[in-house]
Ligand binder design. Sequence first.
Ligand code: CIR
Length: 252
Amino acid sequence: MFKYAVVREPGSNFCQGITTSELGLPDYKKALQQHKAYCEALKKCGLKLIILKPEIRFPDGEFVEDTAVVTERCAVITCLGAETRRGEEFKIKKVLQKFKKIKIIKPPGTVDGGDVLKVGNHFYIGLSERTNKEGANQLGFILAKYCYGFKIIPVKTILHLKTGITYIGRNNMVAIDKFAKNKEFSKFNIIKIDKSESYSANCLLINTFLLIPKGFPKTKEKLQALGYKILEIDMSEFQKMDGGLTCLSILF
Ligand code: CIR
């Protein structure tokens, strides 16, 4: 069970963050409302929130997930793959060190938390444009020291591993076609996401609730049929900046 979530409000210049999406400029007011609704959903799941203020020098700062990998036994502060985002992790480290033993990914290693998929005591680490081999290995060795297993998974064509696949408990993975076919994940029940709804492969299980992005009816129907208690969250403004549900919080 998770008890805490670290989140950061989006700053007024968050539309200056990195994006590859062609969905247009996000609306700041709407993003703030959506962020508030996201925080309310986390509270509904029983979490205590640690809410950080935006820092203007980090327009991508609300995507806190990328800055740390938190486990039961330690927290690993990452070295972000995008140079413009380096430094976002300072405040996160200050918060996490009150709760966890801290380990650090060192350059030239880079890791984004969005590439790290935890399933119980095992971690899948995506090798992407943001997470390099050196970073993935550093993270793997740290995790192994704490008795976790890990496996490195190549990620191409999408931003992060969890952009395309997330674990939602009960041996269920929600995945886009590319990962649904990957034999590394063949031991899971795969809920395959329709091509037209690929953004909804990023779901977030928090205790007894499953958060899914709003506006993806095919995914919703499949997950409802499996008996999940679903909270639908409007993510339109964060989607425009390539962010998904998992990106907006660090849970532990
Ligand atoms: C970036 O490109 O770094 C941000 N605009 C989006 C980061 C999304 N984070 C995530 O998927 N974990």
